[in-house]
Ligand binder design. Structure first.
Ligand SMILES: [Zn+2]
Ligand SMILES: [Zn+2]
Ligand SMILES: [Zn+2]
Length: 317
């Protein structure tokens, strides 16, 4: 924080913003020389015959731990055989007591960008079904996330999500709880006051909407925020809205990849058991975090949100 009484405190060129959802400090420091393609991390290309050894592809069900359930198959399908559309299996190398993988498609698709809306509806169903099982067994939080690219922590390229069962909300979610209460919700306010230029897309379902926007105080270039317009805590309770949010996330990945080429990224759901306002955060991993971010908790974003929105909009044309 700057101290107005201290000489030279105002000499810094950039202004520190506080992200209203998390309280995270962000500095926008645009780098004029940074052009598309000139980034520190890129998504690795497919290796030759990658799909011939992929354990997530249909036909190789025996190479994962036995499935927990699958969706989209015939009712008489036996487990761990072909004939599914979305498959949920335990993580082979779990860090937690319960950590599961949702395989998004039977065919070898490498990015959420290329997963169809019909498949994403089944992914939303798999997340919600898993949440119900977690609540039944006394867990209090399900952390759902999608990692794409090695630089973002993905070990296998076939599109999938991870579901981690937790006994309580993780720190990043806990930090948002007091800021996203119904009375004075920072996300309701953000969506209400959002610069229309940052709003990229929207899905309407009856009276409800879900929108995709460039985060006005994102920690990373092209950071995106996906949220329902209504103040809703639990994403798993309205599967069609969650499916719409995943569809918007896929759209966001398509736009990002069109501007920067295939990019490593993380997407996660912040969900709330009591009061809160659920949302997906999409964080491209084009830059490498250094001491100022990890040691100081101050994130330097080299791309202004307005400029990110212009580039992403132009990518759609
Ligand atoms: Zn595969
Ligand atoms: Zn809200
Ligand atoms: Zn959040």
């Amino acid at each position: 924080m700057t101290n107005p009484d201290k000489p030279g405190a105002h000499s810094a060129a950039a202004q520190i913003l506080s992200d209203p959802l998390s309280g995270r400090e962000v500095i926008f420091a645009p780098v004029r020389t940074r052009r598309p393609g000139n980034h520190e991390a890129a998504r690795e290309a497919a290796v030759a015959n990658e799909e011939e050894t992929c354990p997530f592809c249909e036909g190789r069900e025996q190479e994962t731990p036995p499935e927990l359930f699958a969706l989209g198959g015939k009712s008489d399908r036996a487990p761990d055989l072909p004939g599914w559309k979305v498959r949920v299996v335990p993580n082979l190398y779990p860090a937690f007591e319960r950590q599961q993988v949702v395989v998004h498609t039977p065919t070898h698709i490498r990015s959420l960008a290329d997963v169809s809306d019909a498949q994403l509806a089944l992914v939303a169903e798999a997340w919600a079904e898993t949440a119900e099982r977690a609540w039944e067994q006394g867990f209090d939080h399900l952390l759902a996330m999608i990692n794409e690219g090695r630089a973002a922590g993905a070990s296998l390229p076939h599109s999938h999500s991870q579901l981690v069962w937790l006994e309580r909300e993780p720190p990043e979610v806990a930090a948002e709880v007091p800021r996203l209460q119904r009375d004075g919700c920072a996300l309701c306010a953000l969506l209400h006051d959002l610069d229309p230029a940052l709003r990229l897309s929207e899905r309407r379902l009856g009276d409800s909407t879900v929108s995709l926007a460039v985060s006005p105080s994102g920690r990373a270039p092209y950071e995106l925020l996906i949220a329902p317009g209504d103040h809703l805590p639990d994403a798993f309770g309205r599967r069609e809205l969650l499916a719409a949010a995943l569809s918007l996330a896929a759209e966001g990945v398509r736009l990002l990849n069109a501007v920067e080429g295939p990019s490593p990224l993380n997407i996660w759901l912040h969900n709330f058991q009591a009061d809160g306002h659920w949302h997906l955060e999409l964080v491209p991993r084009l830059n490498i975090y250094a001491g100022i971010e990890l040691g100081g908790g101050i994130f330097i974003n080299t791309l202004l949100p307005e400029e990110a929105a212009v580039r992403l909009r132009e990518a759609r044309l």
